[in-house]
Design a protein around this ligand. Structure first.
Ligand code: ZN
Length: 164
């Protein structure tokens, strides 16, 4: 019998659980029903109808649309094929000057812009900050994660993905 219900998981996703409530859940046995419950909660929260296949990143999901798997923002913006780097469709702020970095860090506490730059990736529609990366100047935009959705469903959940 799971030690949580949908309401508890919903509070978990909103960051509202105390450590005392959270610890037994994250330390406990993982069951496939939890994933289904999480998807249900997320699906109810978003303002659109495409089926969420997996949560990809905070505010981002891989969804099924017209037999394609695409990355979609909570706000509804569609980044396209999930196998392509969604960051390349973002509005990007590059902090590569002393002044720009100084907005975030006290003097001498931030990185040296000759060696490192900070990149901030914003959704082009809702302007939510989706991710940041700290890399040497000129470094290619990092592709965070390419999920193997079918294997995840087959091997971990013991069923086909909803779009198969
Ligand atoms: Zn958005």
């Amino acid at each position: 019998m799971p030690i949580y219900n949908k309401k508890t998981l919903s509070r978990l996703l909103n960051g509202e659980l105390s450590w005392k409530e959270l610890k037994p859940i994250i330390g406990g046995k993982k069951d496939p029903e939890r994933f289904d419950m999480v998807l249900e909660i997320l699906q109810e929260k978003v303002p659109w109808n495409e089926t969420i296949l997996i949560p990809l990143h905070e505010h981002l999901f891989v969804v099924s649309k017209d037999n394609k798997r695409i990355v979609k923002c909570e706000c509804g913006y569609e980044f396209g094929d999930y196998k392509e780097n969604w960051k390349k469709k973002c509005r990007i702020r590059v902090r590569d000057t002393e002044d720009d970095i100084g907005d975030l860090y006290p003097k001498y506490m931030g990185c040296d812009p000759e060696w490192e730059e900070l990149r901030e990736f914003y959704c082009p529609s809702c302007f939510t900050l989706l991710d940041t990366e700290t890399v040497p100047p000129g470094y290619p935009v990092i592709f965070n994660f390419l999920p193997d959705i079918d294997t995840f469903y087959e091997k971990w959940l013991g069923k086909d993905a909803p779009d198969r």
